[in-house]
Every structure is written in C-alpha cells, then in structure tokens.
Design a protein around this ligand. Structure first.
Ligand code: KIV
Ligand code: ZN
Length: 523
C-alpha cells in the first residue's frame, strides 16, 4: 500500500498573487469547481480579511458544500481569524490557515517595532506566543488548523523546532514549512524536514506540509525531496503560478509520482485526466500564458519536431514519450465546432473540456457561440475556453462597449468612435490617436470624461490560424492599486477596447466597495 500525499491547492490564493493574475469572484468559483473535479484534497480559496472580493470568493466556494477541505488564510491576528471563520463556516469541511514570519530577516523586518520586544530573542518569544494564541483562537472555530512558519527555509532550525512544537501543543493539526523565497537546495530542505521529524517531540500529532516557491527553479524538487523525509502534504498551484517565479506546480508533482511510481512509495488521489482542462481554465481566466515548453501542460509537451523523434514515435510511442498524453487529458483528435453544431454539440464539448454551465448560462453562451461561429468558421476548444472566461463569467459590467468604428490607413489620422452603454445611458464620442488602439482609448476617456493611467497593455493570439482570436490585457494604475481587464475578439482593436473598459469596470467596482466600507465604518 502506498502512502497518500495530500494535495493542497493554493492557485486561488498564492497563485492569484502572481503579478497580473487577477480573478473575479465568479472565475474563482468556476476554478474551484474544476479543482473539485480534479479531486484535490484542500483548496485554499483566498485571504478573507484582505478585501471584500476575497471574502466573497471564499464564502461562495465554501457554500459549494463539496467534499474538499476549503481553507482561508489569516495572519496571527484575531480579526483575520474571525473573518476566515465567517467566510468558511458553511463549508462541509474547512480549515483556518494562520501564519507568521519566523526567519530573523522576517522578524526584524516585519516586527521591528519595540512593542514586539527590544531584542531578537524577545521578538522571537512574542511571535511564538502570538502564533500559539492564534492557533488556540482558530481552534475555537474548527478542529482543523494549519500553522505556517513563513520563510521557514531561512529560519534558524533551533527556533523552528521550538515554534513548531509549541503550535502543535496549542492545537495545530497541520504544520507548514514554507520555503517562501525559493532559497533552499533540495538536500538542505530535506534535512530541515528530517530534523523537524526527529526533534519536535509531538510531531506525530500533526501533518507536516511543504510549500515551495520557485525562485531557483527548485520548487518541485524541494517538495518531492521533503516527502522522502516525512512531509505528507504538498502545497502547490496549477501551472505553477504564484508570487514572483511562482509555486511548485501541481501537475509536475502529481505526474512525477505517477510516472515514476516504481521509485515512489507515495500516491495522490488526483484525477490526472482533468489536469489539462484545469491548466487551460486557469490560464484562460488569469490571462497567464503557459510557456510552450512547460512540463506536462505546455503546448509542446507531447509534440515531436525532429525527423528522428517523429520516426521513432511513429514506430513506438515509448521511444520518446514517458507518459501517455491521454493520462493528463491531452487528446489527439481536435474536435471542431461550427455554426451548425447546435446546442447539444456545444454543451457536450463544453462538458468534455471541464465547463458545466446551467441552463440559464447556456442560453447566453449559445448566443455568444453563434456570434463567434459567424466570425470564425471553425471554433476550437481554446476558443470555447476564451469564450467562457471572457464573455460569460465577467458579469459585472458597469460600462459596456455597444459600438465601435475605427478609421485607419497609411495616410489617414487614426480615428475611433465608440458608443458605451453605462448604467444610465448611451454615450458616444470620437477621438484621434497615434494608432487605432490609442484612438479607441482616447474616445473611451472622452465618453467617460476621465483619463486613466495605463500601466501595461498586451495583445496575444489565443487560438489557432488566420482567424485566431486576439486577447488584449490592460492594466491600469491608480496610486498603489492596479486593475486588470481582458478582452477577446477576432478583431484586436475591439479586444483592446473591451479590455480597457473591463479594467475601468474593475476600478469602479473597487471604488464602490471602498465607499461602502467607509459608510459602514462611519457612525
Ligand atoms: O510562501 C509563503 O510563505 C506563504 C505562506 C503564507 C504560507 O505563502
Ligand atoms: Zn507562498
């Protein structure tokens, strides 16, 4: 019998912290449903206290009432833990995940104020007490409490042993040892886990968890090494997205254990045939492209270019393939839909690629599908994914593009006219610009009577062929906050206008929330 490794997915929390990867509440709920089909053991749904949108997303995911453990992050602060409990309490099973920085660099940097103690030794003592208090408080809400020693990778091993033993005594049922900065080497990290297993007296009362970042490209290697030394939970994300260089990638960890089951005494309960669908959904919703050579889920992961390789694979697949693509849900035949496919054909294909819209949603999707099929003769799986992400799940439109006309040519000044449906009325404006996109943005600014600061603007092709759909991403900046919008169309100018408007919508939604919170707090 192989030992089970618990897969704790943090795509919706640490993954969403990746620069530029923002998800709205509905997108998070759809990803959570897909993670459930993938059969992860735990879903870290967000950091509830950090914003109303985070709180709502965690609550909606908890409300799904599914079998995975739903988790919310909290600092070692009462308000955070209370918010986590409030958002999670309807879940069938939930966990409160509290954390504190434990390396000297974190302690001196984050807890510099004298109220945490004058010396490093005093501060360490305070943090240990705060951590134990937080765990004990979380325990008043649930039996399932995880403690993370942030930056454990660079934490003094003596102090790490002390704090881990103390939080277990206070009631932690999972102790997470994050390599927050992706600094450790696999042998060092393995030794750290082994030392905890050996020296923490009550270690068998908790599960050891690992959480590795990929700054040196070692997140997966570190996570796998750790399980050889006693860890039984791995925290990871789909496509390896996350802070900076990302987190350990779920698909690589799971498939390493599966493909090389001859050398691993461990197994996971992941439904591997759902890996590809999950990867593509996360990529479509976050706008984070999967690099073509990415292991397991990259476009090139199963393609053979050189003549010698192609010849070998034709004779015997195993010459150059260590796993069957079907195993991760990559199927050879590309089913193409078109105008005449009908609702049944559409729903069957959507289900196959991981989407399960309800009747009401399907009506809307079918209309959008027909519009797309009119523009493109062939509708591929990626077109459907993009359609689901950009047209269906972005519902909170305050301003919508109703009409767009652009005039360009080698000798004309680019001019754009836009008509925008706002909550109250239709506004139409025209403007010129350096190019058609700039003219479009200027026309939108005029129509809304505001000027927004564009921090970044990108366009890429998201589907295949000459009639490929273009996806535009616009990031706006307002002080310390940024707002991202995405738009997709076979016409990249239209995609850009939609992306710009979506970013503006996000900005307005955030401003409304801030105003609402201020009015609640003012007596
Ligand atoms: O990387 C890290 O240390 C984290 C913790 C909050 C678990 O994400
Ligand atoms: Zn992390």
């Amino acid at each position: 019998m192989k030992n089970k490794i618990f897969i704790f997915d943090t795509t919706l929390r640490d993954g969403e912290q990746a620069p530029g990867a923002s998800l709205n509440v509905q997108e998070k709920v759809e990803i959570a449903k897909q993670l459930i089909r993938l059969n992860v053991d735990a879903i870290e749904a967000g950091f509830p206290v950090s914003s109303k949108a985070q709180f709502d997303a965690v609550q909606r995911i908890a409300d799904l009432n599914e079998s995975a453990i739903i988790t919310g992050l909290a600092r070692t602060v009462e308000g955070d833990i209370k918010a986590a409990n409030d958002s999670l309490k309807n879940a069938k099973k939930f966990r409160i995940h509290t954390f504190a920085g434990t390396s000297d660099i974190h302690i001196l940097g984050k807890f510099g104020n004298d109220r945490y103690g004058k010396t490093l030794i005093d501060k360490r003592k305070t943090i240990l007490e705060m951590s134990c208090d937080a765990v004990a408080y979380a325990k008043t809400f649930t039996n399932d409490v995880e403690f993370s020693a942030e930056d454990a990778g660079r934490t003094d091993i003596g102090y790490l042993i002390e704090i881990i033993e103390a939080v277990i005594a206070a009631g932690a049922t999972t102790v997470n040892i994050p390599d927050t900065t992706g600094y450790t080497m696999p042998h060092e990290y393995g030794e750290k886990i082994a030392a905890l297993k050996d020296k923490v007296n009550n270690i068998n009362d908790a599960i050891i968890s690992v959480h590795c970042h990929n700054d040196l490209g070692l997140a997966v290697a570190n996570s796998l090494t750790a399980i050889n030394h006693g860890a039984r939970q791995i925290e990871c994300t789909i496509n390896g997205i996350g802070e900076r260089a990302g987190n350990a990638s779920l698909e690589e960890i799971v498939m390493a254990m599966k493909v090389r089951e001859d050398v691993w005494d461990f197994k996971t309960d992941i439904v591997t045939s759902e890996i590809f669908n999950t990867s593509r959904m996360v990529s479509a919703f976050t706008g984070m492209v999967v690099q073509p050579n990415k292991a397991i889920v990259g476009e090139n992961a199963f393609s053979h270019e050189s003549g010698i390789h192609q010849d070998g694979v034709l004779k015997n697949k195993k010459t150059y393939e260590i796993m069957d693509p079907d195993l991760v849900g990559v199927h050879e035949s590309k089913i193409v839909l078109g105008r005449h496919s009908g609702r049944h054909g559409l729903i069957a294909r959507l289900n196959e690629i991981g989407y399960h819209p309800d009747e009401e949603e399907l009506k809307q999707i079918y209309e959008k599908f027909l519009e797309l099929a009119d523009k493109k003769k062939e509708v591929f799986d990626d077109d459907l994914r993009v359609l689901m992400g950009d047209e269906i799940y972005v519902k909170d439109y305050r301003h919508e593009l109703d009409y767009l006309h652009v005039n360009i040519g080698t000798t004309t000044i680019p001019t754009a006219t836009v008509r925008i449906k706002t909550e109250e009325r239709l506004v139409e404006e025209s403007a010129t610009g350096d190019g058609p996109v700039d003219a479009c943005f200027n026309a939108i600014d005029r129509a809304l009577n505001e000027k927004f600061h564009i921090e970044s603007y990108k366009v890429r092709s998201v589907t295949m062929g000459r009639s490929a759909q273009g996806e535009a991403t616009v990031r706006l900046r307002d002080g310390s906050e940024s707002f991202t919008g995405r738009g997709v169309s076979t016409d990249i100018v239209e995609a850009s206008a939609k992306a710009y408007l979506q970013a503006i919508n996000e900005h307005i939604i955030q401003a409304d929330v801030t105003e609402l919170l201020a009015s609640v707090q003012t007596p």
